[in-house]
Structure formats: C-alpha cells, structure tokens
Write a protein that binds this ligand. Sequence first.
Ligand code: ZN
Length: 292
Amino acid sequence: MSDYIVRATAANNQIRAFAATTKEMVEHARTAHNTSPVATAALGRLMSAGAMMGIMMKGDKDILTLQIQCSGPIGGITVTADSKGNVKGYVNNPNVLLHANAKGKLDVGGALDMGVLSVIKDLGLKEPYVGQVELKTGEIGDDLTYYFASSEQVPSAVGLGVLMDKGNTVRRAGGFIVQLMPFAEESVIVQLEKNLAEITSVTSLLDQDYTPEMILEKLLGNLDMEIKETVPTQFYCNCDKDRVSKALISIGERELRALIRGGKEIELNCHFCNTNYNFTVEELKELYRRAR
Ligand code: ZN
C-alpha cells in the first residue's frame, strides 16, 4: 500500500483534520540515511507532520521547512515539503543510539532534548513566514501542538507515530493533525476533547492497522465528518547533477579555481537524500568557464 494523506472537515467546517500513512516514505528515509531506530522515529515523525502541513499550503510552488535545532545527541532535524505531498529530510546525527524510555518506547525526546522548532513557509511572498517555538517535550507531536497554539493561534491536536520491526525496518508510520477553527462552538470542542481522550497513542492505532480513514473516523465519526480529498505522499528529492552544478558555480570564480588547482575529483553530497555527485577536474574547468 502506498502512502497517502486524507483531508477532512467536521462539524460544518468548525474542525479541519488530516491523517496520513507514511510507512514507505519513512522507510525510504531510513534506507537513504541509514538511520538508527530512534533517529528513524524522530525523522519519520517530523516528515509525517511535514507531509500534512505541506498540503495545508495553497500555492503550487509553496515550500514548507520544519527545522529542529537541539542539544540532544541527534543534533537537529530538517524536513522540507511541498504542497503536493513530496517530502524530504535528514537528521544531523543518524547514528544516535539510546535506551528505550520509561514507557519502553524509542526515546525521541531524549534524542532531541532541549531545542528550538522553526516553521518556515515560503509562499512566494517577499519574505518567508517564520514561526519559532522552544521544544516542549521533544516528542515532536507535542512540540507542533504548542507551535500551532502559540505561533498560529490555532488550537490543534497532533499525533505522530513510527513503529519499527524487529529487523529495524519501518513497520508503520503516520499520524494526524486536528484543528479547531476560531468560530468552533463549545459543544463541538467538548465532543472533540472526549474523542481525543480515547486515543492513548497513535502508535497503538497504527499497530492495530488503522488506516488514515479509520483514524479520522475515530476522531470525528460522531461530528459529521466529511472526507474532502486523498493526496498521495512520498519521499522525493529534486536534486540532480545540473542543480548541484549550479550550486558549485555560485560559490564563485576564486573558489572554483582553488578546486581546479587541487587537481582532484571532488564529491558533493545532497544532505536531503544522501546522493553523492562527482565532478572531475575537466568538469570543474567547464563550470569555471560558465562561472566567468
Ligand atoms: Zn537530493
């Protein structure tokens, strides 16, 4: 089954909601970056959120970046998503290994520890929108809930989960985001809170093979839910040799000349998908000609 996001509304548009299954995406990231289990969980949770937050944007060319800089051993996480379900991301230290937390789960909060979450939206305006909050628990779902409430003033519930198999491949990944619109009535809020209280963890729902539709049904089934659309989502990096060449040209003549004088083939790495690009001295000379 391929990954997808379901977008829904409920209670006559007083609630908007998203749920996603992202197993293939997270497994792709795990393979590309060779991430440890706790790094896979951290990256997978942020990528799942990025996928859903990406499709909240309206413009075809809008780009969302979620960035965590933190003091824990993972160092940081960067995720970028577009408005069509394409997501890419990486962690600073993919090898981080930690014991399970007190609940016997992968200790994402321990891997992140203290830090800052930045939400950057490039909506094609002069300046990108930037929202920033301190990490609350470092479990990512909680941190995004806090971000939505404090930076966007939208009361939200965010649940994210990544489950690993015994062989450390990704068994299930996904999550949900539910948001209350400003005009939501008290009775709707009370019912939604009741529904949310019945969900102990997304991971346990994923473990019971809940699809995004089933998660939404559990959250909003008694609130006149309407499914609006289903959007495919995937790990996708738009890098290629031409883009990397342009980046190389942009470092300037002097630096290029220094590389050529070095007389060695160079290797550049795309952080997002971990692809290496090699440039021979001849190719560097060609780029030098283009740079001048
Ligand atoms: Zn790439």
